[in-house]
Design a protein. Structure first.
Length: 253
């Protein structure tokens, strides 16, 4: 199973969601592979061992078609990571947008799966639609779209849906997706209004689980930890456990 965590808007909790879903999978005694496909490399920075050389990062599959198996690094309590590097920002300009490049991640994941068997891969995408995000979408079986509980993010979610529908003729399939409300503040009427509008727009594709505003979720990255390594009893940890359970129940995870 391959899941891309994607939104064209930044600051909605993509990296937080990718990391803590992997942590929830690890809490169930399973392993996932996180792929950091964002030139900002926030996920890699949280891990704490950023590669000094771009060719030790996922950039190497574009530059030299290097196998992902050679790039994997362990992440205690989370699973494992294929790290990013700032050089990823050059992928669009160096390699163009031909089919071979747009399918490069898909091919690399197929090779990894051939060597190791089927596994869960979670792809943390960059917050704009370009070659890297298209790589993730082309490689993914399903897409999880975090949407923070505000009106600008609501507009962004509608834009994502338009983008995914526009790609369906190219992909020759409809990618299964779920929309996830993040930064949900029960003290704010707006959170519930955004939730209701998303439910009207997306129906069952809106996750029932919401990710609440939580101090522990904000603290964990600074300590190079997922929420389970930082505070397993926190509301944030409980929310991500509930999300993983919900997604497993509908065979999305």
């Amino acid at each position: 199973m391959r899941m891309a965590v994607f939104n064209q808007k930044g600051g909605v909790g993509k990296t937080t969601t990718a990391l803590n879903l992997a942590g929830a999978i690890a809490a169930a005694s399973a392993t996932s592979t996180l792929v950091d496909l964002d030139p900002q490399a926030h996920l890699t920075a949280i891990h704490g061992q950023s590669p000094g050389d771009a060719l030790d990062s996922v950039f190497a599959i574009y530059q030299h078609d290097r196998p992902l198996l050679e790039l994997v690094i362990a992440w205690e309590g989370v699973g494992r990571l294929i790290p990013a590097h700032a050089e990823l920002i050059k992928v669009d300009s160096i390699f163009g947008k031909g089919p071979a490049i747009l399918n490069r991640l898909n091919a690399a994941l197929k090779t990894l799966e051939s060597a190791e068997g089927e596994q869960t891969a979670i792809i943390d995408c960059c917050p704009f639609l370009g070659v890297l995000s298209l790589n993730a979408i082309f490689a993914a079986d399903r897409i999880l779209v975090p949407v923070s509980s505000d009106y600008l993010s609501l507009r962004g979610a509608l834009q994502i849906e338009h983008t995914l529908k526009a790609l369906e003729p190219v992909l020759k399939r409809r990618i299964e997706r779920r929309y996830l409300l993040t930064r949900f503040d029960r003290r704010r009427k707006m959170s519930f209004e955004v939730q209701e509008r998303l439910r009207t727009q997306f129906g069952a594709e809106l996750c029932e689980t919401v990710i609440s505003e939580n101090v522990a979720l904000a603290e964990a990255p600074a300590l190079n930890r997922d929420i389970f390594g930082h505070d397993r009893s926190s509301r944030g940890a409980q929310d991500y456990l509930a999300l993983a359970e919900e997604l497993r129940a509908v065979r999305f995870l």
